[in-house]
Design a protein around this ligand. Structure first.
Ligand code: UTP
Length: 411
């Protein structure tokens, strides 16, 4: 990006202060900053107000979930519908792998993390093993789209190649990069992470479809005849991908979206709860769950918001095509973001001990609300939900290993 275009963008989005910061830098650092500016989605800052961190919410009400008990007698019927759709090439899979995995404290793409005990077992390997359970059953391959970010794109591509796609057909694996968003300080200003680096982060998993379209892969997806896309997180090592029963149930329901949900372990568990918001399906994030919502009960006495999403959605492509130009809400995430400081007059990158700034993210769960109709589909928690967010404790390498072993997986 040229300096002029960069300054125009900064002015347009109220970031005049950064012009001064930029002007004070050496020519080499300026050149690097201009390269990074090309990666930024400036539009993300258009509507954010750091003084108003909470997004307005509508009226939250319970939604009906299709429970395991309710569909168990129809599972084989759904499986057939799902397998037929897979064999007809109508279902694709999309791995969200652009996150920074900061909580895990690992410096590479999270999928490269080895959770093995007696042998290497990489998180990406688990993704491929899981999708291959279905491709073997269906007798055909499924297109797998992998969303990376500027921070991990090269290493992710190389890792898959080096491991021969863990036995998957590499022609069916398509990588693309998501955009970055500038981080904002407490006053809403952009800042430097180093003398030659803008503080920035991947712009959240909600941009998976617009970035796919921008990369040119949206066209490929349409040409391949894909009608439904199964979007899932990298870090759930028990993730069932392109699950034919789930796909069949969603297709038969006629809904634009299917969302896999699990019974919450506790009312305050840190998972988003599926609900209705102003009459349309939505997800209320755990930090928006008020004590009233946590305590709410249905007529039969069961908790009203008992089902949590596990970041495994089936989206009908024509419906996300329709909403892709509508603006997803931008979430301000309070995080520890390294920043440039002058210690004793010398420039130094400081990693703060407490959250000091906001990362800007859009979330794929907001697409559930925008696409209007959703089938919440319950799955067995112990068989399908083993997220790795932290090294130890809740949702950790330790807990995921235990869940995998309980499912008979040798690590
Ligand atoms: P998380 O919200 O858990 O974020 O991602 P994270 O970046 O992996 O981890 P922390 O918060 O820094 O510790 C849920 C899923 O969304 C993907 C992640 O890769 C993961 O699969 N994601 C997240 C993206 O693809 N892009 C993003 O910008 C953020």
């Amino acid at each position: 990006m040229t300096k002029n275009v960069f300054f125009e963008q900064l002015e347009k989005y109220g970031q005049q202060k950064f012009i001064g910061t930029f002007e004070g830098l050496a020519a080499e650092a300026q050149a690097k900053i201009l390269e990074q500016a090309d990666l930024l989605d400036f539009n993300m800052i258009a509507d954010v107000d750091v003084k108003q961190q909470e997004l307005p919410r509508g009226v939250i009400e319970p939604i009906k979930t299709l429970t395991i008990e309710e569909y168990k007698d129809k599972a084989e019927h759904y499986r057939k519908i799902g397998l037929d759709a897979i064999r007809a090439g109508k279902i694709g899979a999309l791995l969200l792998a652009g996150g920074m995995g900061t909580r895990l404290g690992y410096d590479h793409a999270k999928g490269m993390y080895d959770i093995g005990i007696t042998k290497p077992v990489f998180i990406f390997q688990r993704t491929i093993e899981n999708i291959m359970d279905v491709t073997k059953e269906a007798g055909c391959c499924i297109h797998l789209y992998v969303m990376t970010s500027h921070l991990n794109d090269t290493e992710t591509r190389e890792f898959f190649k080096e491991h021969n796609y863990f036995g998957y057909d590499g022609n069916y694996v398509h990588f693309y990069m998501q955009d970055m968003a500038p981080c904002l300080d407490r006053e809403g200003n952009m800042f430097l992470a180093a003398e030659d680096a803008i503080a920035m982060s991947p712009n959240g998993n909600g941009g998976f479809y617009s970035s796919l379209v921008n990369s040119g892969l949206g066209k490929q997806m349409h040409e391949a005849g894909i009608e439904y896309i199964n979007v899932f997180a990298v870090d759930n090592v028990l993730q069932r991908i392109a699950d034919p029963v789930f796909a069949g149930a969603t297709i038969e329901s006629g809904c634009a979206t299917g969302a896999k949900v699990v019974a919450k372990a506790a009312p305050d568990e840190r998972v988003g709860a599926i609900c209705l918001e102003d009459g349309t399906p939505s997800v209320v994030e755990y930090y928006d769950m008020t004590p009233e919502l946590m305590a709410a009960k249905l007529e039969d006495g069961t908790p009203a918001y008992n089902f949590g999403v596990i970041l495994n959605y089936l989206f009908r492509v024509k419906d996300i095509d329709e909403v892709v130009s509508s603006k997803l809400p931008v979430h301000l995430v309070n995080k520890q973001v390294p920043y440039l400081d002058y210690v004793g007059g010398k420039p130094e990158t400081v990693t703060p001990e407490k959250p000091n700034a906001f990362k800007l993210e859009t979330l794929s769960l907001d697409l559930v609300h925008l696409t209007d109709s959703c089938l919440p589909f319950e799955v067995v928690r112990e068989k399908e939900f083993a997220p790795i967010k932290n090294p130890t404790g809740i949702d950790s390498v330790e807990s995921a290993r235990k869940l995998l072993q309980d499912c008979g997986y040798v690590l």
